[in-house]
Design a protein around this ligand. Structure first.
Ligand SMILES: NC(=O)c1ccc[n+]([C@@H]2O[C@H](COP(=O)([O-])OP(=O)(O)OC[C@H]3O[C@@H](n4cnc5c(N)ncnc54)[C@H](O)[C@@H]3O)[C@@H](O)[C@H]2O)c1
Ligand SMILES: [Zn+2]
Length: 373
């Protein structure tokens, strides 16, 4: 049976926009309603051969210019930002043009920042092609590029006018990128929706097999949770911070060992540390900690962190933007489906949780999920 197209709205008053999810959407024409004549597609050298022709065909009636960047996080750069501005200006793009991001979070963040700033802001659409981009980065309007001294240091809030999620794109994604996206999906279950978490437990096999109907449902619920949080707190003054579950620990792991660890993998291990801390302090049931570990493992994600020194953890976590006056503000689960921001300064408590979740095993072993055996 054909999986039906799902639609969600991000409710932001006049700036509200739809997220459409389902297979085959790239072939739809028009891709988005009321598109202007001038369109810049930003994509990369890996995605273009796979999906650009389909998108261009759906935009045959428009004046389309394509700007391709290289592949990888390093492309979210000031030189690429400048080069895209050159493309827009040399093709005389007017304020009523539209920019379409066709790619993962790297393309989306860069294209979004271009759209936020070209002529003080132009219309922007997202066509996310990685699972991470489909459930996280394409929704919510955070855009950014990196500076040599740090990630996402230059950016703006600029909401898209629409997000088109073609689930068929996930079939060409590498196993590792796909699995990393699942870590963010699990995050939504832990912070906001116990029923969704239970459903993920039941569907773990189907999700690993990239079953279209299971993926579409997982993306729909994830986007609904993110949309509700963004609608309530667009600029992260309070509850949007819940989306950072596992990220303070995860960022430290990524920073300490970026050669091995991908973002989703580090977040998975980070969520286990966060849950362990709460279990050790009597604020999370042991069964919930067990379920979190087990689900992440079933999905092929690591549940243990690499062995870093306490000094390394302190250095990396204190660099995180969630630190005020020596107190690190963690997002910590109080139950499956619920999380809170809790400020901690007692390193003994933090270190006990980290130690319980650290392993001296090499990275390849941690990825095999041997921890719960
Ligand atoms: N704006 C936000 O709210 C937000 C949230 C989370 C992450 N991010 C950002 O997102 C970025 C990471 O995003 P990502 O994980 O999508 O990385 P990515 O964009 O680098 O994509 C991962 C890899 O998959 C390839 N790829 C993309 N789509 C594909 C497809 N359909 N088939 C085959 N290969 C494909 C890419 O070329 C790349 O090699 C980071 O820069 C991060 O800072 C932003
Ligand atoms: Zn993340």
């Amino acid at each position: 049976m054909q999986t039906p197209i799902q639609q969600i709205t991000v409710g932001l008053g006049e700036r509200s926009y739809p997220i459409e999810i389902g297979p085959g959407l790239l072939q739809r024409s028009p891709l988005f309603p009321n598109l202007p004549q001038q369109i810049l597609i930003i994509t990369n050298t890996l995605i273009a051969p796979l999906y650009l022709a389909q998108v261009k065909q759906s935009l045959a009636a428009h004046q389309v210019v394509v700007h391709e960047i290289g592949d990888g996080e390093a492309e979210k750069s000031l030189p690429n930002y400048q080069a895209i501005m050159d493309t827009l200006i040399s093709h005389s793009f007017a304020r009523d043009c539209a920019i379409i991001a066709l790619g993962g979070g790297v393309v989306g963040d860069l294209a979004g920042f271009v759209a936020a700033t070209y002529q003080r802001g132009v219309t922007f659409y997202q066509i996310p092609t990685t699972l991470l981009a489909q459930v996280d980065s394409s929704v919510g309007g955070k855009t950014a590029i990196n500076h040599q001294l740090g990630k996402n240091l230059i950016g703006a809030f600029h909401q898209p006018h629409g997000v088109l999620i073609d689930t068929d794109c996930l079939q060409t994604l590498s196993a590792r990128d796909y699995t990393c996206g699942l870590a963010e999906v699990v995050k939504y279950g832990i912070i906001a929706d116990a029923d969704f978490f239970t459903w993920l437990e039941q569907q773990a096999g189907a999700l690993c097999a990239r079953d279209t109907s299971a993926i579409t449902q997982a993306i729909k619920v994830s986007c609904s949770i993110k949309a509700a949080i963004v609608a309530a707190d667009e600029t992260e003054q309070h509850q949007r911070a819940l989306l950072n579950l596992g990220h303070t620990f995860g960022h430290a792991i990524e920073a300490a060992d970026y050669q091995h660890w991908r973002h989703g993998e580090a977040v998975a291990a980070g969520m286990v540390i966060a849950a362990t801390l709460m279990e050790q302090t009597g604020q999370l049931a042991s069964t919930d900690l067990h379920r979190i570990r087990q689900l992440l493992q079933q999905l092929g994600l690591p549940v243990e962190a690499p062995q870093l020194t306490l000094q390394q953890w302190q250095d990396y976590m204190q660099r995180d933007k969630k630190v005020k006056a020596g107190v690190i503000r963690f997002i910590l689960p109080t139950a499956i489906g619920q999380a809170q921001m809790i400020g901690l300064s007692d390193w003994q408590v933090i270190a006990t949780a980290i130690n319980a979740c650290s392993s001296s095993q090499p990275f390849s072993k941690l990825m095999l999920g041997s921890a719960d055996a």
